[in-house]
Design a protein around this ligand. Structure first.
Ligand code: PXG
Length: 294
């Protein structure tokens, strides 16, 4: 496995980061999880836009242009001869001293890993998953901005731990006002009377690339899509519930806090959107190899 590490391509064993890096010491940095399907990098432009916007919000200067970063991602895939992959692109604040002050860090550190991802078992996509809502609230935007995909994931990890302790694969997190925000690493959608509903960005969520792609697909199909605040009552009484994320893609949810959702099987709109999403992954993003094949 070859890793892009701050200007070089190195074998996995040599891909190491300083213990003085503020990404490690303070979770100071931003990252993206990206997928390649069929020799193309899905929504690469959108992922790079989010990475650079997050860095802008953190006053973190990424030491290369967006075009150069795009090339770094594609070249890392080529060096590993991959066509289908999970890509982890990380920009840390870089090495500094033991104080938290970012101005002591003189250069951001960039690395890119291309590997595979362990998805939920196929069975969960076919039968749907059971989840719970947890007591850990999503970070409030005035403290730690959820729209920034930062290296500080403790908020989500606390919620995931609650799910783990309850023997559940995923958790629904509410915001500090008690409205539904998102899952620990996925966005949430509900379907009610044929309308597709998801929390707005102002609910304090990460605006998922998969979320936006699914909303576009639904609109193309003539489905009404609404971004609005809702509560767990709306989840319990929804006709369908599903999650979206780069790793999870689109995954149906058929039981929440013990309440059976709809008929207790993945709903029609969810299944339709899963199919449409799979089709889209064949047709989006820059080709990794010239001529479109490896
Ligand atoms: N919300 C949060 C909090 C996320 O971390 C999403 C939504 C979905 O966004 P995209 O752009 O991927 O559609 C994410 C993405 C994991 C894992 O191991 C998940 C993410 C990142 C890294 C690892 O499940 N989440």
């Amino acid at each position: 496995m070859i890793i892009y590490l701050n200007g070089e391509f190195v074998p996995k064993e040599k891909a190491v980061v300083s213990v003085f890096d503020h990404g490690l010491l303070y979770g100071d940095g931003v990252f993206e999880g990206i997928r390649a399907y069929y020799g193309r990098v899905f929504k690469l432009g959108e992922h790079l836009d989010r990475l650079y916007e997050g860095a802008q919000a953190l006053c973190l200067k990424i030491p290369c242009s967006k075009d150069e970063m795009r090339e770094i991602v594609l070249e890392t895939l080529r060096r590993n001869k991959l066509r289908d992959a999970y890509i982890r692109l990380v920009v840390t604040r870089g090495p500094g001293d033991l104080g938290l002050d970012p101005k002591k860090c003189h250069r951001a550190f960039v690395f890119c890993i291309t590997a595979s991802i362990v998805l939920y078992p196929d069975e969960l996509y076919e039968k749907g998953m059971s989840v719970i809502s947890v007591s850990t609230r999503r970070n409030i935007p005035t403290a730690c901005i959820p729209r920034v995909k930062s290296l500080n994931y403790l908020n989500n990890i606390y919620a995931k731990m609650e799910a783990n302790l309850a023997g559940m694969p995923e958790a629904i997190m509410l915001n500090n006002e008690g409205y539904v925000a998102e899952a620990t690493g996925d966005n949430i959608f509900i379907v009610k009377n044929g309308v597709l509903i998801t929390p707005p960005s102002s609910a304090g969520i990460l605006e998922g690339i998969t979320r936006n792609a699914v909303m576009d697909l639904a609109r193309e199909k003539g489905i009404a899509v609404v971004e609005k605040l809702f509560t767990m009552f709306d989840v319990y009484t929804a006709d369908e519930v599903f999650f979206t994320g780069t790793a999870a893609e689109v995954i149906p949810c058929i039981n929440v806090d013990g309440r059976i959702i709809g008929d207790g099987v993945p709903g029609e709109m969810t299944r339709e959107l899963i199919t449409a999403f799979h089709e889209l992954t064949k047709a989006d993003g820059p080709f990794i190899y010239p001529g479109g094949s490896a």
